[in-house]
Unconditional design. Structure first.
Length: 301
């Protein structure tokens, strides 16, 4: 799951038809382009979550393209003079390694509006959102931004990568989360609904004695996009977001050791690369693969 915040925690992604359409269009185009299996996404006023399965190790490419295009379209659509939309703090990438990881991670993202005390039910949130098993949606290209479409399947960028096809219409599809093969589609859908309901009930209990909690759908649509969140938050660098979510201590240590070993191997390859262009980088190498087309080990079976 990827999470990214807006600069200064401003409400630049406040729900509206314009904002919702932009995010859904970009998400539909780029999940298809990068071969991602989209499970769920939730757009809050000052941040967003997107959860997917990444079979092609393209998560960072997707995040780069999605954040860049969403920023351009939002700033263009609202006539903002700012040069940036997103916070300079990097995106948070979180990989779950729990028996019920897919269920709980999707439920966490979908109940963010309730957990924040904005609406009593996640389905009441007017911002862009969606999850499996919801049906596919047809999204349309924002009018007036893109130039004449001259894309072809053979089109390539200067670095040799396939160009993104910003089609006039495209379809936003949700895929069944992996990792729950022991459950049927109906059982998994029911488990997701139950997890969401449980988190909603817990959030409502937390806010029950707070005056002004749950102002509702209409309040979410009102106000200025330049307002900021009034909640306090730890300063950058004072709190580290976990890259692996796992309650099993031994399993978590094993996964973190694997990450440490990967970094050691990557740095060793990086030192060797100037004198040996045939060196094979570990699977998961992204920047060197894109910029210099280095050799990379295949995905583990």
């Amino acid at each position: 799951m990827i999470t990214r915040r807006v600069r200064n925690r401003e409400f630049r992604l406040r729900p509206s038809k314009k904002t919702n359409a932009i995010v859904e269009y970009v998400l539909a185009v780029l999940t298809r382009h990068h071969g991602l299996e989209l499970h769920a996404f939730m757009v809050m006023s000052n941040h967003w979550h997107v959860r997917f399965f990444d079979p092609n190790a393209a998560a960072t490419d997707f995040a780069r393209d999605a954040h860049a295009m969403i920023a351009r379209l939002i700033l263009w659509a609202y006539g903002d003079d700012d040069e940036s939309l997103w916070s300079p703090v990097p995106s948070n990438y979180s990989e779950d390694d729990e028996p019920e990881g897919p269920i709980q991670q999707i439920a966490y993202a979908m109940t963010d509006p309730v957990r924040s005390g904005l609406v009593k039910h996640a389905k009441s949130w007017p911002g862009a959102s969606g999850r499996w098993p919801q049906p596919e949606r047809v999204t349309r290209q924002p009018k007036g931004f893109f130039q004449e479409d001259r894309w072809t399947p053979e089109a390539r960028t200067e670095s040799g990568r396939a160009k993104i096809h910003w089609a006039e219409t495209t379809t936003l599809r949700f895929a069944r989360p992996r990792g729950c093969e022991d459950l049927s589609d109906n059982e998994l859908a029911a488990a997701l609904s139950e997890a969401i309901a449980a988190r909603e009930e817990s959030a409502r209990h937390k806010w029950k004695d707070v005056p002004g909690a749950f102002p509702g759908r209409r309040a979410a649509l009102r106000g200025s996009r330049y307002e900021r969140s009034k909640d306090t938050e730890a300063k950058r660098g004072s709190k580290r977001s976990p890259s692996i979510k796992c309650s099993d201590r031994e399993r978590r240590i094993e996964r973190l050791s694997g990450i440490r070993e990967w970094r050691i191997n990557y740095r060793a390859c990086l030192r060797e690369w100037p004198t040996n262009r045939e060196v094979v980088f570990p699977y998961g190498t992204n920047k060197m693969r894109v910029l210099h087309r280095v050799n990379v080990h295949p995905a583990p079976t």
